[in-house]
Design a protein around this ligand. Structure first.
Ligand SMILES: [Mn+2]
Length: 470
């Protein structure tokens, strides 16, 4: 946990912003995998962590703004619990570390909320993303599940977004840590690659590093020779020596700040000539986009810059023809780059996504497009100092999508479909780093950057393999 003063300060700012009523934060609970006692890995709610730092299941927290009271609800362990868990600090000790002075038994929250509602007090709560929380809200506040959406506090959402979007130095230090562990995970990815090894085997090594350093994953690892499938999970299949492998993996520190990096490397250790061409197009786009990240610039425009840079590279190798600007305006790039350029990152890998993308990545004036490709862009608004985000352009040759567009002769004045046939078993390339927006521009997070140019990647794989595997 951070120092208690940090949590107290955050809560006092939040109280000021929300103004009146009660704020209800429901912490996460253990969730059974196949029966109640065999639970999934516990992950606390990120907003709960942001305002209390308390990383325990089965809690709720209320800030009564008008009465100026903060109450933590939870149950103390009984001797029956301690037999299985060992002794843990009492709830009062956890509350004290967070600067919270009142603790109550969990069951007492019900009467408190019912009384507040009966008295006509405003009760602010966030959109629930777990079924259990929907039931809690129904039980405590009397809303049927279908009505909860209409009762969510936009005021609370906007207040939280206006705080969590701007990372403070202590948070940036945690994020640097997350990126550093993620970088080490990618170094292991590079040096574990060899023809015939399975995707799952390499995944295990990469995941293991997050665990063995006392951290965990920020999201399930994508590690595949079919990188054109955006969220494919690692399979028990051997990786062929002629393939490129994508590794999209990020650590979450013990304080739950996320890293999110992607590197692409040849399974054999050496890029083929055409792999070099495609890789360099993506790398060039990534460097140009990072260069463009600065306060005041719309991330939507940087996404368009990615499209333009990718298409101009594809034109150089004969896959695209005609005027590149015009091609981008017609969304030709979405045949190769179907997702967004990046997203906010922090306590969540897609930071605050549960609060609603329209508040995180968009504004009242900058609305989300529904067009293919553009609808997957999670961040579009103007960048500001303190934002942390990912920059992750890619080229993905999706055979089904190519066949579909070709069958419709779609945008054929720009696309050389005949040449494109040769790329239908290429796979995909993505390069991703995490950046902090500064006063004058941005900087890449992490004390070192994982090998990124073709020379760096090939040299890294060669050096480590010849030194350590002789
Ligand atoms: Mn990402």
């Amino acid at each position: 946990m951070f120092d208690k003063e940090i949590y107290k300060k955050r809560r006092s700012v939040l109280k000021e912003k929300v103004g009146t009523g009660l704020i209800l934060f429901i912490g996460n609970e253990e969730v059974g995998m196949n029966y109640a006692a065999n639970s999934y890995h516990f992950r606390q709610d990120s907003t709960f962590l942001y305002y209390t730092g308390i990383d325990l299941p089965g809690l709720a927290f209320i800030i009564d703004i008008d009465e100026d009271k903060e109450i933590l609800f939870g149950n103390e362990l009984t001797i029956d619990d301690i037999v299985w868990t060992g002794p843990l600090d009492p709830l009062t000790a956890w509350a004290d570390k967070a600067g919270i002075t009142i603790t109550k038994a969990f069951k007492e929250i019900d009467a408190l909320l019912k009384a507040a509602k009966a008295a006509g007090k405003e009760i602010h709560f966030l959109p629930p993303y777990r079924g259990r929380h929907v039931l809690r809200l129904q039980e405590w506040l009397g809303y049927v599940p279908s009505e909860i959406e209409t009762q969510i506090s936009e005021k609370l959402i906007k207040s939280i977004v206006s705080m969590r979007s701007y990372k403070k130095p202590e948070e940036i230090a945690e994020m640097e840590k997350a990126v550093d562990i993620s970088t080490e995970m990618h170094e292991l990815f590079f040096t574990s690659l060899q023809p015939g090894i399975t995707e799952k085997f390499v995944e295990g090594i990469v995941h293991g590093h997050a665990l063995s350093t006392g951290n965990n994953l920020a999201y399930p690892i994508i590690l595949t020779i079919n990188g054109e499938t955006l969220h494919i999970l690692p399979r028990d299949i051997e990786m062929g020596k002629e393939r490129l492998a994508i590794c999209d993996a990020g650590a979450e520190t013990s304080m739950h700040y996320a890293g999110d990096l992607t590197r692409t490397a040849p399974v054999s250790g050496k890029f083929s000539s055409i792999q070099k061409d495609i890789y360099n197009i993506v790398l060039h786009a990534q460097l140009a986009c990072i260069e463009a990240c600065k306060p005041g610039v719309l991330f939507r425009d940087i996404h368009a810059l990615a499209g333009e840079t990718l298409l101009s590279g594809l034109k150089d190798i004969g896959l695209i023809k005609g005027d590149v600007q015009e091609a981008v305006s017609k969304d030709v790039h979405t045949l190769f780059f179907q997702c967004g350029l990046g997203h906010m990152i922090g306590l969540d890998v897609h930071d605050m996504e549960n609060l609603g993308e329209k508040y995180i990545g968009y504004t009242d004036n900058i609305k989300k497009s529904t067009a293919f490709g553009w609808k997957s862009l999670r961040l579009a608004k103007a960048l500001e100092p303190g934002f942390t985000l990912t920059v992750e352009p890619g080229i993905y040759f999706i055979p089904v999508l190519i066949d579909l567009w070709k069958s419709e002769n779609k945008l054929s004045q720009f696309i050389n479909y005949q040449e494109l046939e040769k790329f239908k078993d290429f796979g995909g390339v993505r390069v991703e780093d995490n950046v902090l927006i500064t006063q004058g521009g941005c900087r890449i997070l992490g004390n070192k950057i994982a090998p990124k140019t073709i020379d760096e990647i090939e040299a890294y794989i060669y050096r480590v393999n010849t030194i350590h595997k002789k």
